[in-house]
Ligand binder design. Structure first.
Ligand SMILES: Cc1cc2nc3c(=O)[nH]c(=O)nc-3n(C[C@H](O)[C@H](O)[C@H](O)COP(=O)(O)O)c2cc1C
Length: 215
């Protein structure tokens, strides 16, 4: 049974662009067959606690002798990692907050990036290798090459590094920019471009869902 893990992290439950585009991805995934299932983790409405103990970055065999992380935190981490490893594909809603990730999504990364478990370290563990991950990043402003904020996007790169380089997943990125064009006076002239980017984001999400769910 092909399983998609859907992560959302926008703090906007009414008008979120990233939530709308992950929903398009999910609809296309579900439309592939009655067996295509979705496990949803809403990191905003059901946030994970911050990592309780630095020792949790490592599996027990790689921890110092005096490490003693709380058992309940360790059990939660196991649950989060098992949920990830059970997924054939992952779609991540990643809005830009202060040029970076929502802290709720960052907390999830802190749970799942464990050398020797999800990424190679003293062995070649890399259970997610080759599986598709689709990052859907919405941002209020403009980050196009050559613009004033070119290079200020610190939302997508950490996800590409962790999911792609560390976990070995096949990462695709969809961006929808200028989402604040209706709100920020200085961006008003960008409204048409924002609408076009959003339309393209929905269409790309459907394409990538069909590709991910058909492989
Ligand atoms: C806490 C917060 C911080 C934000 N910081 C930025 C920012 O640094 N750069 C930017 O372009 N937009 C910023 N925005 C705007 C969001 O990126 C934009 O509204 C985006 O559409 C949010 O995704 P969503 O529509 O899925 O909620 C911020 C919004 C919030 C709520």
């Amino acid at each position: 049974m092909p399983t998609l893990l859907q992560l959302d992290s926008s703090a906007d439950l009414d008008n979120s662009v990233s939530r709308a585009v992950t929903a398009s991805f999910v609809d296309a995934w579900r439309g592939l067959s009655p067996d295509h299932r979705v496990v949803r983790r809403d990191l905003h409405t059901d946030p994970l606690p911050h990592l309780a103990d630095a020792a949790l970055h490592w599996p027990p065999r790689l921890r110092s002798a005096d490490a003693n992380p709380p058992a309940d935190a360790e059990a939660l981490q196991r649950q989060i990692i098992d949920e990830l490893i059970a997924a054939d594909a992952v779609v991540v809603g990643a809005p830009m907050y202060n040029y970076s990730l929502p802290s709720t999504l960052k907390a999830w990364i802190d749970y799942i990036h464990v050398p020797g478990v999800t990424t190679p370290f003293d062995d070649d563990s890399q259970p997610m290798a080759g599986r598709p991950a689709v990052i859907i990043s919405s941002r209020g402003g403009i980050y196009d090459p050559g613009t004033a904020n070119d290079g200020w996007d610190h939302t997508v790169p950490p996800l590409q590094i962790i999911l792609g380089d560390a976990l070995g997943m096949e990462v695709s990125v969809i961006t929808a920019s200028r989402t604040l064009s209706a709100v920020v006076p200085g961006l008003a002239a960008e409204a048409d471009r924002a609408a076009a980017e959003l339309d393209a984001a929905h269409r790309r999400a459907v394409e990538l869902a069909v590709a991910a769910g058909s492989s």
